[in-house]
Design a protein. Structure first.
Length: 526
């Protein structure tokens, strides 16, 4: 059968695109190489009777029209926002809490610095104003710079709303802040180290750079698009696990007649005279369609599936130059009891994100090792215990803990990613947690460690980069995935990209899938 559209990959962005195209009357086939839908957004029984979000723990911002138009919010998909969202335990027995309520957070900050507590509400207002410009930008297709036409300027009218509300000075301020390092941004506001470390941690998520790198302020803002009521580092946990979000999307797609096939690896995108017209599976099957849309990363799609022989050398060079440099590892632990952190008095402190980021310099030093191809002995850890908010994830009385660890560079200078290097990584994480939760090691029943190489091999993430491409300013907006090709189209006619390697990049947002399908539907009309 000939489909109107074939989507390669059932990641959440591929599924969003599938739903939108099916709603517009398209006959859609989704081909996913793994055994389940969701891509990175999945929940799996990694240890018998213990269910984990294999990669992604929480949602920060979803494209605003997603929930409404796809009618996702029902029993299948519920998000619980934790409060406090982040707690940072400190070696001296104190801790910092970031809450949804600004005055509660200011009280927590006051123990470290009165001046910082006074500055808190000004800071969150400023961040809210700056990201108010990014939010409409994230819902639009980047213009084809430098060939800007009137129609492209008109399509950027979404920016007028924040411009009217906050004025041109705030827009100029955004341009000033985007390329800053995190210390540069934070120096203007705060002096206390626990606060600086906790905020800077949000600016390095998934990056093989420390917070002192140019442009980390951009990633900080990216991670706060849509942040409401000034809650910084928000964390929305999906009831039943992140996989329920993907399952809800897949159900919506199937309800609209989309065919989804799992265990279906695409080996080649079939092209003829620079036009995409079908795919060849690993099984040898071929499927034809009027257009092919890839949720896989740009390098996988273009270099592996299309093939360099079918691309212009200049374009191939651009794609080869995309920076990935994954530096994140995941550690999952089955625990026979709740860990006892010395500093936390309230169970609510364990429900959100526990951030091991006592100082900004701690994060930079954790990165130092990665510069030389080594894993950090004192890594930055983001710890969650999802079974505390959702008891279905672990057997009665037991718990699941997941740790996101930076820095674990994809390219090791000595040795390679194997059982031994993963064991060393696990030990550095466990000894770091034990500093704050003595005796924690005795609670562990079983562990799973995913290195950046595992993320590449299991999820097709080039160099283990969690966002299909580094989230830095040189890969932002009209330069994502590469300059000149940021409108979700490719030099191969009828071949589109819809994953987080395209604008606006990484995260569980659905925005790349949403924007890409808008462009496809636009082409259909023309
Ligand atoms: C460890 C980790 C932690 C993260 N933490 C967070 C977080 O806390 N919050 C947040 O918002 N974001 C987080 N992210 C980032 C976020 O998860 C991603 O940016 C986002 O999920 C990417 O979604 P996607 O749909 O674009 O791509 P993916 O989910 O990568 O989907 C691509 C799909 O294509 C399939 N595919 C690839 N090649 C082929 C082929 N040849 N044939 C068939 N199928 C193919 C893949 O199997 C996959 O299912 C994290 C990511 C990781 C890895």
């Amino acid at each position: 059968m000939r489909y109107d559209s074939i989507i390669i990959g059932a990641g959440h962005n591929g599924l969003v695109a599938a739903v939108r195209l099916a709603k517009a009357g398209q006959r859609v086939l989704v081909l996913e190489k793994r055994h389940s839908v969701g891509g990175i957004a999945i929940t799996e029984e990694l240890i018998p009777r213990f269910h984990f979000n294999t990669c992604v723990d929480y949602i920060r911002w979803l494209h605003p029209r997603l929930l409404k138009e796809l009618k996702l919010e029902d029993d299948r998909f519920k998000v619980q926002w934790t409060d406090p969202s982040v707690v940072t335990p400190l070696p001296d027995g104190n801790c910092l809490r970031l809450s949804a309520d600004a005055s509660t957070t200011a009280e927590s900050i006051r123990q470290f610095s009165k001046a910082d507590a006074e500055n808190w509400s000004g800071f969150i207002d400023r961040i809210a104003q700056l990201v108010a410009f990014l939010e409409p930008l994230y819902s639009m297709t980047p213009p084809p710079v430098p060939d800007l036409g009137l129609e492209h300027l008109i399509s950027m009218r979404g920016l007028l709303k924040p411009l009217r509300k906050y004025g041109r000075k705030t827009l100029v301020e955004l341009l000033r802040v985007l390329p800053m390092t995190m210390p540069e941004l934070l120096d203007e506001w705060f002096e206390s180290e626990p606060l600086r470390g906790t905020l800077a941690a949000s600016a390095i998520h998934g990056l093989c750079q420390g917070p002192m790198a140019v442009g980390t302020a951009y990633l900080f803002l990216h991670n706060h698009v849509g942040c409401r009521n000034g809650a910084l580092r928000p964390a929305g946990f999906v009831q039943g696990g992140m996989g329920n979000f993907s399952n809800a999307l897949a159900a919506a797609a199937e309800h609209l007649g989309v065919d989804i096939r799992t265990n279906a690896i695409v080996r080649k995108i079939l092209t003829d005279e620079n036009q995409a017209g079908g795919v060849l599976l690993g099984s040898g099957e071929e499927f034809k369609a009027h257009r092919i849309i890839s949720n896989a990363g740009p390098s996988v799609t273009l270099l592996d599936l299309v093939g360099r022989e079918n691309l212009e050398p200049r374009f191939t060079r651009q794609v080869k130059a995309i920076k990935y440099r994954g530096a994140m590892a995941r550690i999952h632990l089955a625990l026979n009891d709740l860990p006892r952190f010395r500093v936390f008095t309230d169970e609510a402190d364990l429900r959100g994100v526990i951030s091991i980021s006592p100082k900004l310099e701690y994060l930079e030093q954790a990165y130092d090792a990665a510069k030389y191809g080594r894993c950090s002995y004192h890594p930055y850890l983001e710890i969650v215990i999802p079974s505390l908010t959702d008891s279905t994830l672990a057997p009665d009385g037991k718990h699941t803990m997941s740790i996101t660890l930076q820095y674990a560079p994809y390219q090791l200078r000595q040795g390679e990613w194997n059982k031994g290097t993963k064991e060393a990584l696990l030990q550095s994480a466990l000894s770091t947690v034990s500093e704050y939760a003595p005796g924690f090691g005795d609670l562990i029943e079983d562990t799973v460690v995913l290195s950046p190489l595992d993320l590449e091999e299991q999820f097709g993430l080039t160099e283990g980069n969690i966002n299909h491409g580094e989230m830095m300013l040189d890969q932002f907006f009209f330069m994502r995935p590469v300059a000149g090709w940021a409108q979700y189209r490719t030099p191969i006619e009828n071949l589109y990209l819809c994953g987080s390697g395209t604008h606006p990049g990484g995260g569980i947002t659905g925005a790349p899938g949403w924007n890409a399908s808008r462009e496809i539907l636009r082409d259909l009309k023309n």
